[in-house]
Structure formats: structure tokens, C-alpha cells
Design a binder for this molecule. Structure first.
Ligand SMILES: [Zn+2]
Length: 401
């Protein structure tokens, strides 16, 4: 009896069925055998699952999400129309101050929902500013430990109130000492009013703490493209290629195609990634063009039921589907090019890979991105952590782990 191993039989990978042996000690795939060749004995495993032909999908990576300021599990809160960014920031601060729960408790709820939907890795932006201090950040660092082995969590210290505007440089340093992995920033023009100084401050922090940089950029048009161009220059100057990203970057969809292509080439050369939540209510980066030019693009949920938006359900497969549909990706090749934007793993697992994946009822991976079937089962590090086989989670009553 191998108490530290489970087997999932009859898993569809491409067009064949396989039995996957999962090692619970290492959290990795120990064996992959064509189904039906040998009949595994139930006595040999801690648990035997029968997938009965369900399709294998790789675990999903949500590369832009806020764990600390959503209202999941809280009573419904009416929102107000967005007028100005400073006005919205005050509104958000008031709403967060009125919450009876700590960020840690709320983060638990959202992480549980993400696991249910097949996401096992995230990058989360956590608010820090002189008033809030490290209260959210310390909670998220604690929650990261609790979820270790099930959810890989990268933390961005995020000066939501403006890095310079809210005089957050010293609290950002504390956040980077306290466990944040990345330096965040937001609208160097629109909020800080000093594009170069704001960007330079971010990169100085990155160099001091050997941390990557991930900027929230909503600044529009040429203001935004100037900012991205400087961001790419600073990435090269700081030898940070491959470790920096611009999130949102709506401006790339607002300037002409020729202008955004030129900037895409610069992003590709400096290895700056673009993170998008695939907005459908405003222009967004031309993802086709970015991919053609070799820019890394990743998808994230961003806001889910918070002061900014009541929308979102933490289902990254659905978000990837929205991207494919929005850009008219209908051929097999186009549908498949969605996966690297929502997952860092392959559609075909190998022995030694981390045993993190979903099982869904779909004809194949192309069909799954188009149809967004429910996750029947989600495994992370070899353990069942989500999907219908696990527990059902109601959107108004999130079950705690
Ligand atoms: Zn965000």
C-alpha cells in the first residue's frame, strides 16, 4: 500500500485516456500510464479516483488580483458611479474602514473560490500607504503561509493612493522587508503628477530590494504610451528584463495600430509583460499584436466584487474565454494560444510536473476554452482542493478552508 500516492484513472489528455499517479509527498505527478493496460489495485493507493473520461486542463495562474479589498462573504454594498480617481479612492477607503472583517479572513474566502475554479497560482496587489500601514500586507503574508502547497502567491506592495502622492516610499520599503515580492505603482501621471519621478522611485525600490516591478497604468492615450516607453527604458537600465510588467495599459488600445506596434516591439526587446483583465467596457491592449511582436501577456481577474466593480467571479478559464471571444479567436490554433495567457503549465503533463490540474467535461482543450465547463475536480500538489468533487461553494456563502 502506497499511502502517499493517489491515482486518478481514465483522464483524457489530448485524445487518449491515461491513469495519473500523484505523489502526495512531493506534490508531483509520479507516473502516467495509458488506461486499461494494467488494472491498478485500490489497495495500493491512499485514494483511487475515476475521472471517467473527463479532460485534463493545466492549473491556472491569475496574474493580477486583489485579495485584500473585495467584499465576498460580506453583505451587499451599493457602489457609486466612478467620477474621479481621487474621489473613488476616498470612497474605497471609507468602504474598507467600515468592514467588520480583517483582510486575512476575506483573502481566505477569495482564495477558496479561486481553488474551486482551478487557479493554483496568483500575483496579488496588496494596498500599502502611511495610513493603512502594513495591516493588509501582514495579513496576506500570513495567509500565503496557510495556503502554501495549494496556492502559490506572489505579493506586490501596491501604493494604491499614489506612490509619491501619498508619500508611501518608506512604507513600501517596510512592505518589501515584510515579505512583498514586487514593487507596485499606479498612474505616474494621473495620480502622482510626475511621470519620470514616480517611475524612477519604483525602479530605485526594485534595485534596492532586488524585486521586480508591476505598475497599474490607467493613464490614457499618449500620456500612457510615454509612461510605458519610459518604463521599458528603465527596465533595461536597471537590468530588470523579464521581471517587470505593466498592468491594464489601456492606452495601448487607444493610440493608432502603428504606434502600439512600435511600443510592442520595445516591450518585447525589454521583456516587459502586459497584464490584462480583458475589460469589455473600454479599449484594451491589442493582444494579437502584442503576441505577434513576442510580448508576454497574462490575464488576471483584477477587481472582484469590490469598491471598483461588482463584476467578476474568480473564474480565470472564463476570463480567458472572454479574451478569445473578444479578439475573434475561433481556429484551433487561436483557441489554444489562450492557454499560455492563463496558465504557466502545459496541456500535456509529464512525470515530475507539479500535480496541479482541473478535470472538466469537454471534447478537448479548444472546446474547454470556448465552452467554459464547470470544474468537476481541481487538484493542487496532488490533493483535491476544488471543483464539484470537493464541495459546492455558493457565491453568497463562501465556505472557509
Ligand atoms: Zn488592480
Amino acid at each position: 500500500m502506497e499511502a502517499n500516492k493517489t491515482i486518478v484513472r481514465n483522464v483524457k489528455i489530448e485524445d487518449r485516456l491515461y491513469d495519473l499517479t500523484l505523489d502526495l509527498t512531493t506534490g508531483c505527478v509520479a507516473e502516467i500510464e495509458v488506461s486499461g493496460k494494467t488494472m491498478p489495485s485500490a489497495a495500493d493507493f491512499a485514494r483511487v479516483w475515476d475521472a471517467d473520461g473527463l479532460l485534463y486542463l493545466p492549473a491556472l495562474s491569475d496574474m493580477h488580483i486583489h485579495l485584500d479589498k473585495h467584499f465576498l462573504g460580506e453583505p451587499w454594498k451599493p457602489l457609486q458611479p466612478f467620477v474621479t480617481l481621487p474621489g473613488q479612492l476616498e470612497f474605497e477607503t471609507r468602504m474598507l474602514e467600515a468592514l467588520p472583517t480583517r483582510a486575512a479572513e476575506r483573502a481566505h474566502r477569495l482564495l477558496q473560490l479561486l481553488l474551486m475554479n482551478g487557479t493554483t497560482a496568483i500575483r496579488t496587489h496588496v494596498d500599502v500607504d502611511p495610513k493603512l500601514g502594513l495591516s493588509h500586507l501582514e495579513d496576506i503574508v500570513e495567509v500565503r503561509e496557510h495556503f502554501r502547497g495549494r496556492m502559490a502567491i506572489e505579493i506586490v506592495a501596491f501604493p494604491q493612493q499614489g506612490l509619491l502622492r501619498s508619500q508611501s516610499i518608506s512604507i513600501m520599503k517596510e512592505a518589501l522587508r515584510a515579505g512583498a515580492d514586487y514593487v507596485g505603482g499606479v498612474d505616474p501621471a494621473g495620480l502622482d503628477g510626475q511621470v519620470d519621478a514616480s517611475l524612477e522611485a519604483m525602479f530605485e525600490l526594485g534595485t534596492e530590494f532586488n524585486a521586480g516591478v508591476d505598475l497599474h497604468l490607467h493613464d490614457p492615450g499618449h500620456l500612457g504610451t510615454y509612461t510605458i516607453s519610459r518604463f521599458a527604458d528603465l527596465t533595461l537600465e536597471a537590468s530588470q528584463s523579464g521581471r517587470t510588467a505593466v498592468s491594464h495599459a489601456y492606452c495601448l488600445g487607444q493610440v493608432s495600430e502603428a504606434e502600439s506596434r512600435e511600443l510592442a516591439q520595445k516591450l518585447s526587446a525589454s521583456q516587459v509583460a502586459i497584464m490584462t483583465s480583458v475589460p469589455i467596457d473600454r479599449p484594451m491592449p491589442r493582444v494579437d499584436q502584442l503576441l505577434q511582436e513576442g510580448v508576454r501577456v497574462h490575464v488576471g481577474s483584477d477587481n472582484i466584487l469590490d469598491a471598483w466593480s461588482p463584476f467578476g467571479n474568480g473564474d480565470l478559464l472564463a476570463r480567458g474565454s472572454r479574451l478569445a471571444e473578444k479578439f475573434g479567436w475561433i481556429t484551433d490554433e487561436q483557441l489554444l494560444q489562450t492557454y499560455p495567457l492563463i496558465s504557466s503549465d502545459s496541456l500535456v503533463p509529464k512525470v515530475g510536473d507539479r500535480a496541479s490540474f482541473s478535470l472538466v467535461n469537454a471534447l478537448n482543450a479548444r472546446h474547454a476554452i470556448a465552452a467554459v465547463p464547470p470544474r468537476e475536480a481541481v487538484f493542487s500538489g496532488g490533493k483535491l482542493v476544488g471543483g464539484r468533487w470537493h464541495v459546492s461553494v455558493r457565491q453568497d456563502q463562501i465556505v472557509l478552508a
